[in-house]
Ligand binder design. Sequence first.
Ligand code: NAP
Ligand code: HSE
Length: 438
Amino acid sequence: MGDESKIRVGLLGCGTVGTGVLRILRDNASDIEARLGVKVEVVKIAVRDTDKPRDGIVPRAMMTRDANEVIDDPDVQVIVEVMGGYEPARTYLTRALNGGKHVVTANKALLARHGAEIFRLADDVHRDVIFEASVGGGIPIIRSLREGLASERIDSIHAIINGTSNFILSAMSTEGHTYGAALANAQARGYAEADPTMDVAGTDAAQKLSILIALGFGTDVPFEKILTEGIDTVSADDIAYAKSFGYVVKPLAIARAHEGAIEARVHPALVPVQSMMGSVRGVFNAVYVHTASLGPLMFYGQGAGMLPTAAAVVSDVIELGRNILRGTSGRIPHLAFHEGLIPQRALRAPAETECRFYLRFPVSDQPGVLASIAGALGARNISISRMVQDDSDGTAPVQVVMLTHEAREGDVRDALSTIGSLPFVRGPIRYLRIEEIR
Ligand code: NAP
Ligand code: HSE
């Protein structure tokens, strides 16, 4: 078991999250030692550019441009990967596991694409890979699904799991910020991915949802197959109309178990302002889990940013430290379930989703328009529950905005395609789903 007087860590990456790890290890050192029984010490740090100006907490003497120096250091017991991206992160983690290191990673993109291969290797070499920071930032949702809810049959998960998107929509709706200004602010605070389209186009949330589905339902759903729509098409008008109906637009990730199938989708949706989900603002995330015997549970906390994310990473280092000190590994399956012991479910077709819808039609203000829209909706069994139309000066398009009763998504898309080709429609029709989650 070697020297057990401390747990020695090598960092791959020292940007927003890596710097936070150093801070928490310094500021909470005595609590961490009291919980783990020994100290945690960072001994080597790989970055891209050793000359870059950095926070004073980053010890220059430990820095290298050569990640292999960290991975191959015989003193390092735990590799913490906080560099991001698919490569070289995948190669480094593979080398680290083969070299006998345990791994902590915050890299949901890597896990969503190559998790199965990485976890299989870790099992083969009797090492652990843990990843609390990969979903929900500082919220201990991975540990909760793997351990706290191990007795449960999960019915559904509704989550706000992209802090950048929630921060942007919140700034647009409560402070009247433009989309561009809000995104720049999220980037400046260290919330956004290196490529922020991963956040605003919904890819980051789809990657995280794929991890939650594996942990919650034991089913492998590749993130590329999840219906994914970003917040980048939500306009200030949609936010204002939603508000007038008593709703707020939130970036949701949803998974629900059906007989033999899993429904999975990532998209902005209207949720009631007076609901728990409606109250999750700024960079905060929330994961609402419904289980057969517990009913609803809500996990809430900061979903991105230096210290919340680093807190999750350090908690993983402590978990691995405990395993190392006890000479154990592989106690809990990486993805919560033992492979092959749970039937895989098919992904449900998005057209089968049933919910209420928000529809906005930019149209000419002329006789028969409302009747035509209502007729096309009615022909597909879609019933209107509420409606507003702007006053008009007779020249510019007017906005007709409707909320529907529950309808089948495939029917709504068909109806919108018919309506979109009518001559009075003056621009793209917008539609958003409504989730009455309380
Ligand atoms: P970041 O600020 O961009 O930091 C990335 C770090 O990795 C930098 O120190 C960079 O070096 C280093 N790096 C990149 N490529 C490298 C390479 N090939 N070799 C060696 N070092 C390399 O990113 P971050 O925000 O800390 O995010 C890191 C990871 O955590 C990502 O997987 C991200 O998805 C995940 N995460 C982030 C947050 C968040 O709120 N930021 C939350 C949850 C999860 P230089 O400093 O020299 O450029
Ligand atoms: N870019 C991510 C977000 C970081 O905004 O949620 C946390 O995973």
